[in-house]
Design a protein. Structure first.
Lengths: 385, 535
């Protein structure tokens, strides 16, 4: 009996792209899949290749090698290349790219040429209603606020029911308060439509709150793909660990099933990998507890009040400096003697060298990170019992 | 693969490069043909040192005079509380509608021995007076400086004004809050910020004076351009003319290089909005001086020319006779329009294509650079070169309106190109990409998104190049087909043959009207970010 696996919406296989005059490739060895209805984020610092990846998927750039598949069909490889207008991939640009000479309605209707007038109007009304801009249909882009323009850009990209929608740093030009609200609205809209979306951002908050899965990129290569929880709590490399959240790498020694650090001793199952004696333990600020102790081995050197919690800058007598972010009272004054200890939910170790590429030691195998790789249907006439 | 792209880019650059380099190469060939010996004696006879001195003095004097006119005006309009600053803004650039050689005939009519002023004063003293015309000789280097500066100051004014407006008010406010009075904040903050505009605009005016032909020939000032023209007319020592031309081009190239360095990115008016305006200086009783100054400048540059032209025209006779005369000039108007429209349209088409390719195809910027380089060739020099080239290479082209249109193309493709670039800059590539992501082919995306957005800018660029072509004199004099004079040529011919006379003035008025109408169209069509055109 043949069991057919539904092809993923998008698959990139071993994609490379270099630009003339640059020694390093913009993207290298890109390989991942995206399934239907998923919100997938490409996260990384500027220059990491995330926008290049997006443009390769959209068809505005051509890869040097590798293949791109959309819904199982080859879209780009060394012999074949589908131009952007034939890919059915929607895109929301960083600068929105709204057509200034067309009204909101005309902008949204721009990709609906294949529909007849009545169907087109209905679809526009539907999508404008979804983004909450029905009353602005006759306005022009320059008459709208930044948040409204962004929603028009989204509506325009979604109206033709694209197989995939790409968003290039869509919240970058909004101010902070607006950003969070718009983010939530966009997520609701995408979920409501069941859209498959790829988001590009350097903002880790965005990546963590919006995505089903995140791919962390650095220097053109994918460092790790996983759910937000996975990359936050089980980072594969030091770079991922420090990029997705504040991170301390506390020196420690492995002895007899334990890791001993200044902030505490934690159990460590070294059966899986032979960890070296010297390691660095990943400790995040929210995992550090702080207690006022008159003769404690640390003192508070700085404090920031955030509302729901406080972050303390703590200097241990040994010289180690940590940021600690416990929830709730009491409020420790600057200069107070305290004791700190870490209570990590899981122990993540890195070798004691400082290369950001260094991989985590014996990472907990994340479950379900990658689905079984999809292979093309062998076609009729072959037996696949 | 990369080399194929480079070859394509070079291929694009070939035609503009040929258009610009061929005339210069021809001049060089003439020079080399003649041999150094004959060349040196021929040039020596022209007195090159005297020419250089004349040109230097003329250009420096013009620049200083233009600065004296423009700077206070710009300051009054942007930094003082003089009421009617709007008036300044609108009226000050108007003299640009009057070609400087028209200004020359106006002031020649006034101040020539036996001219209007003399006759007027003579009415009082009972005989021809030479008092004023003796005191203020118009047919002199001083006269040239006076007229050139008076009719080019608006360029400097516009640049200064833009710079002063662009200056962040926070800077001057900060200076004032730190205890600096208006004069000090002017010296420490305003002046340095205006320096690029001062240098760039100054160089612009300087350059204009160096290459001018109309004013200096009408006012009998001896410069490179007049000598070249005379040699050409006389038909001897073309090699000397070519040699002088190359020297002139060298000077111009140097000046343009300096201009690029200082003006550079400050070409466009400010983008975006700024909150608030710079602190204004209260003039108090100095207000009257401000008004007086404003009035003086406008009178000299606008009032007097229009009044004198009108007066001269009135002297033609009855309204019927005036109308008849103007009617007789319509053929020349038609000629002017034909070549100007032809040359400008060609220039804009090429400029738009290259400007669009510039951001998309490697090497297109080189082609664009060549296209703009034609601007550096003085009209007289281009005329000289093209005449020879046509006769030798394409004799069928010689003496046709097309030959003239090509000259306009070479000369004025630069403002067309800058205008096209500015218009296209309003259409970021993401707009075309968005159209493609929504299902449009590249050509459809261009048609539906780019074209509607660049149309106003392109129209503006066309009109600008058109105005410049309409008033071109130097190359037109040399290249005009027999019997195919333009308005500019008629004005010049009247003046040179007859002196300041009513018919020349009438044609001048016609030309000014034609430019003014076109300029009005430009103001209506003009989008907010058109670049400044030079000369």
């Amino acid at each position: 009996m043949t069991s057919r696996v539904t092809p993923p919406v998008l698959r990139l296989h071993d994609v490379w792209k270099s630009y003339a005059g640059r020694a390093e490739p913009a993207v290298a060895e890109l390989d991942f899949e995206i399934v239907e209805g998923e919100i997938f984020t490409l996260l990384g610092p500027s220059g990491c290749g995330k926008t290049t990846t997006l443009r390769l998927i959209a068809g505005f750039e051509r890869a040097d090698q590798g293949q791109v598949f959309l819904r199982g069909s080859i879209t780009a490889n060394s012999r074949h290349w589908t131009p952007p207008e034939k890919r059915g991939v929607g895109m929301v640009f960083q600068d929105y790219a709204l057509f200034p000479h067309l009204s909101v309605l005309e902008n949204v209707a721009f990709g609906l040429r294949d529909l007849d007038g009545e169907a087109r109007q209905r679809r526009c009304d539907e999508i404008l209603g979804l983004v909450g801009l029905s009353s602005h249909a006759r306005h022009y882009p320059h008459q709208l606020s930044g948040g409204e323009q962004q929603r028009v850009a989204l509506a325009r990209a979604l109206a033709p029911r694209p197989v995939l929608v790409l968003l290039d740093e869509p919240f970058g030009s909004l101010d902070a308060d607006l950003r969070r609200q718009v983010r939530q609205e966009v997520r609701t809209i995408l979920r409501g439509l069941g859209s498959t979306a790829i988001l590009v951002t350097h903002d880790r908050q965005e990546a963590l709150t919006l995505s089903d899965r995140v791919a962390v990129l650095q220097a053109g290569r994918i460092q790790q793909i996983g759910s937000p929880e996975q990359i936050y709590h089980h980072p594969a490399t030091r770079f991922v660990a420090s990029f997705v959240g504040p991170a301390h790498f506390v020196p420690g020694q492995v002895r007899a099933g334990q890791v001993v650090t200044e902030l505490g001793t934690f159990p460590y199952d070294d059966e899986v990998d032979q960890a070296p004696a010297q390691v660095d333990v990943l400790i995040r600020p929210e995992e550090i507890e702080i207690v006022a102790v008159p003769r404690g081995r640390a003192s508070v050197t700085g404090r920031e009040f955030h509302g729901p919690d406080v972050s303390y800058e703590v200097q241990l007598d040994s010289g180690l400096q940590v940021i600690c972010r416990p929830a709730g009272p009491p409020l420790h004054p600057v200069g107070a003697r305290v004791a700190v200890r870490a209570v990590p939910k899981r122990v993540v170790l890195f070798p004691a060298d400082t290369s950001p590429q260094s991989s985590v030691l014996s990472p907990e195998p994340p479950s379900g990170e990658r689905s079984r790789p999809w292979t093309p249907d062998p076609g009729p006439g072959t037996q696949d019992s | 693969m990369r080399s194929a792209r480079q070859i394509r880019g070079l291929g694009l650059a070939l035609l503009p490069a040929a258009l610009v380099l061929a005339p210069l190469a021809y001049l060089l060939a003439l020079v080399l043909e003649a041999g150094p010996g004959t060349l040196v004696t021929a040039i020596g006879r022209a007195g090159p040192l005297e020419l250089l001195a004349n040109v230097g003095l003329l250009a420096a004097g013009t620049t200083a005079w233009a600065l004296l006119l423009a700077a206070p005006l710009a300051w009054l309009g942007t930094r003082s509380d003089l009421r009617g600053a709007r008036v300044v803004q609108w009226l000050a650039p108007l003299p640009l509608a009057i070609p400087p050689y028209v200004g020359a005939i106006v002031y020649a009519s006034l101040l020539a021995p036996g001219g209007l002023v003399d006759t007027f004063l003579g009415g009082f003293s009972g005989g021809p007076s030479r008092a004023i015309s003796g005191l203020l000789p118009i047919y002199s280097l001083g006269g040239g400086i006076f007229v050139l500066g008076l009719f080019t100051y608006p360029y400097l004014f516009l640049l200064l004004r833009a710079a002063l407006l662009r200056l962040d008010p926070a800077l001057e406010e900060a200076a004032r809050s730190l205890g600096q009075g208006p004069w000090q904040s002017f010296l420490q903050v305003t002046l340095p910020a205006a320096r690029p505009a001062l240098l760039g605009g100054g160089l612009l005016v300087f350059l204009y004076a160096v290459v001018d032909f109309g004013v200096v020939s009408l006012l009998r000032v001896r410069t490179f351009t007049t000598v070249i023209y005379n040699y050409l007319l006389a038909g001897f020592s073309l090699a000397a003319a070519a040699g002088l031309s190359l020297v002139l081009v060298g000077i111009v190239a140097l000046l343009l290089f300096l201009q690029q360095r200082t003006l550079g990115a400050g070409r466009y008016s400010q983008r975006g909005t700024r909150s608030g305006t710079s602190p204004r200086v209260r003039l108090g009783s100095w207000r009257w001086l401000g008004w007086a100054y404003l009035l003086l400048v406008l009178t000299l540059s606008l009032g007097v020319p229009l009044a004198v032209l009108a007066w001269q025209v009135a002297r033609l006779g009855s309204p019927a006779e005036i109308a008849a005369f103007l009617g007789s000039q319509f053929g020349y108007l038609r000629n002017t329009l034909i070549v100007a429209v032809g040359g400008t349209t060609l220039a804009l088409a090429a400029a738009t294509a290259l400007a669009w390719l510039a951001s998309r195809v490697a090497g297109a910027t080189l082609a664009g650079a060549f296209l703009q380089a034609g601007y550096a060739i003085p009209g007289t020099v281009l005329g000289l070169a093209l005449v020879g080239l046509y006769l030798r290479a394409t004799p069928w082209l010689y003496g046709t309106p097309l030959a003239l249109a090509i000259a306009y193309f070479i000369l004025y493709a630069a403002p067309a190109y800058q205008g096209a670039r500015a218009a296209l800059a309003q259409v970021p590539p993401s707009l075309e990409e968005a159209a493609r992501a929504l299902g449009r082919s590249p050509l459809q995306a261009f048609r539906e998104v780019v074209v509607p957005l660049v149309r106003p800018g392109l129209a503006g660029a066309w009109l600008l190049s058109f105005i410049l072509s309409v008033r071109e004199l130097a190359a037109t004099l040399i290249l005009r087909p027999p019997g195919f004079d333009t308005l500019a040529v008629r004005i010049w011919v009247h003046m040179m043959d007859v002196g300041p006379d009513p018919r020349g003035a009438a044609v001048a008025l016609l030309l000014v009207a034609a430019i003014a109408v076109t300029w009005l169209l430009l103001l209506i069509v003009r989008p907010p970010h058109t670049p400044m055109a030079f000369t």
